[in-house]
Design a protein around this ligand. Structure first.
Ligand SMILES: [Zn+2]
Length: 507
């Protein structure tokens, strides 16, 4: 027995006694974890490259807050690599290959494995490659062999495919949008992995594709029909023989054949899984025409006009087509241009990704006036910049130039420019820049539905149906070629639910 292995056994047994979550654990299992998570709009002209990914490996991965829950299991989860990025355009081929080969190399070093937990998103698109998660799973499956159990956790907006299902044994997806059940979902994926390993269960995994594609902004779980569709999942999950029930919206801005909504079930009683999957698919299909935006929407011009005219404040205006957390580029300036045109005052706009403008502000210093060009630096074909005279009012003090954020004032509008693409969804994102959101008449964010922190503040909440890589005007999306026929792209589509078992499910 190697020292490393002996240490692993000691750690595993020690935590078994300390936290007897699974009481029948006798033989420690070898379980690794690792994966890649990004949501990629194929309508985006930018590419996710090495610098766009946050990559955790080794001690920082073990100690990360996101995976702290893994310490509550009786077995040690062996770290490999976890790569995540803000949603955006497709992943550059060489970046994907570099991350994937590191993951596979680290898996190889840990063999043999009994189980593998994959924290994923599910809507990755790699330049020149469809079905990227399918590629990821089939590559790791070849390495770990047929006996190793693979359990994946997914975003609600992940896309499933035959290749994905055929290589996995279990899957669990978020049940809330906005996603406020992150840890519960990751835990469900790991709970059932441990349960199956401890009890020598080869579970069944069943997938029912639903040819409906909705943007997240119409399928939130905070209002119907999303609310009632997802509310039934815990009860369905409690049925005998069911380990997990997941209902996924899918990702609409990926023009690839696998893009659809789906019901995915894991468990031990195939008849129950199949019946439940078909029922969920039918209910989702029946509700397809009821999915609506949960807030007042309009053109950019209308939303700015409504925000200026509002008798209450702050009006929060979401620039939905360029929302970086949905795959938008985050560098477009049309809303800023419209605010200036309509002479809006007491506005904070957070933020626009523009590295040259941000660095110019840092060179100029707080208090300096400078001519500035804001926007359209990442995707010059997407929009045009706003050129103005600006005063630098705040510079965030951080070590990494990539994390630079500057606040400038342009004709009564405070604009945040950032060196890299990022959302402004939390109050702390504003206060760290010396901005108090509630003091402004108008707050502009690049967002779809508002985050749990911003939503209660909005008075009123307005969503601009703006142009961008995640334009909400689905029926008029360009380059809609590869997707299978689905609603609303084919309005009169006929559909009869069907369920597909994983090739790994017991026969
Ligand atoms: Zn999502």
């Amino acid at each position: 027995m190697t020292l490393q292995r002996r240490h692993f056994l000691q750690t595993a047994l020690a935590s078994t006694f300390a936290l007897p979550r699974i009481t029948n654990a006798i033989v420690p299992k070898r379980i690794a974890f690792g994966g890649i998570g990004i949501e990629c709009s194929t309508y985006s002209r930018i590419r996710a490259k090495d610098e766009d990914f946050t990559i955790l490996r080794g001690a920082p991965l073990v100690q990360s807050e996101r995976f702290a829950f893994l310490k509550s299991y009786p077995y040690q989860f062996l770290p490999t690599v976890v790569a995540t990025a803000v949603p955006g355009g497709p992943v550059a081929g060489d970046t994907y290959r570099r991350i994937k080969s590191e993951f596979l190399k680290r898996i190889e070093d840990l063999l043999p494995l009994d189980g593998l937990y994959l924290p994923m998103h599910g809507a990755m698109f790699v330049d020149g490659m469809e079905n990227a998660e399918g590629d990821w799973y089939s590559s790791v499956r070849k390495l770990v062999g047929a006996k190793c159990l693979l359990s994946a956790s997914y975003d609600l907006h992940g896309n499933i495919s035959r290749r994905v299902i055929d290589n996995l044994d279990m899957l669990s997806a978020f049940r809330t949008a906005p996603h406020i059940d992150r840890e519960e979902t990751l835990r469900r994926a790991c709970d059932m992995l441990i349960h199956c390993l401890d009890n020598a269960i080869q579970p069944s995994l069943i997938w029912a594709p639903i040819p409906v594609l909705m943007p997240g902004e119409r399928s939130s779980t905070e209002w119907d029909p999303g609310k009632r569709l997802w509310a039934q999942l815990p009860a369905l999950n409690a049925q005998p023989g069911v380990l997990d029930v997941s209902l996924l919206v899918g990702y609409v801005w990926a023009d690839e054949p696998r893009s659809t909504a789906s019901a995915v079930l894991t468990g031990t009683v195939p008849t129950t899984l199949r019946k439940t999957a078909l029922s969920l698919a039918q209910q989702y299909w029946d509700a397809r025409k009821d999915f609506q935006f949960g807030t007042k929407t309009g053109s950019v011009g209308q939303c700015v006009r409504w925000a200026i005219a509002a008798q209450t404040q702050p009006a929060i205006l979401a620039d939905s087509g360029d929302n970086p957390t949905g795959g938008g580029t985050g560098d477009r300036a049309e809303v800023l241009e419209e605010l200036l045109r309509q002479q809006a005052r007491n506005v904070v706009f957070a933020g626009i990704a523009d590295r040259p403008a941000t660095e110019a502000c840092y060179r100029a210093g707080v208090g300096a006036m400078l001519p500035i060009s804001i926007g359209a630096t990442l995707d010059p074909l997407g929009g045009k910049p706003v050129k103005a005279s600006a005063k630098v009012v705040f510079l965030l003090k951080v070590d990494q130039p990539l994390e630079h954020q500057a606040v400038v004032e342009v004709e009564g509008i405070k604009v945040v420019v950032t060196a890299r693409r990022r959302p402004f969804h939390d109050i702390a994102d504003f206060t760290s820049l010396n901005l108090q959101p509630k003091n402004f008449k108008i707050i502009v964010v690049k967002s779809g539905y508002l985050s749990p922190e911003l939503k209660p503040l909005a008075n009123p909440s307005l969503m601009a149906l703006s142009d961008g890589a995640i334009n909400q005007d689905l029926e008029h999306l360009p380059k809609n070629r590869l997707r299978k026929p689905s609603y609303p792209f084919v309005p009169d589509l006929k559909f009869e639910p069907y369920a597909v078992p994983s090739a790994r499910s017991p026969r």
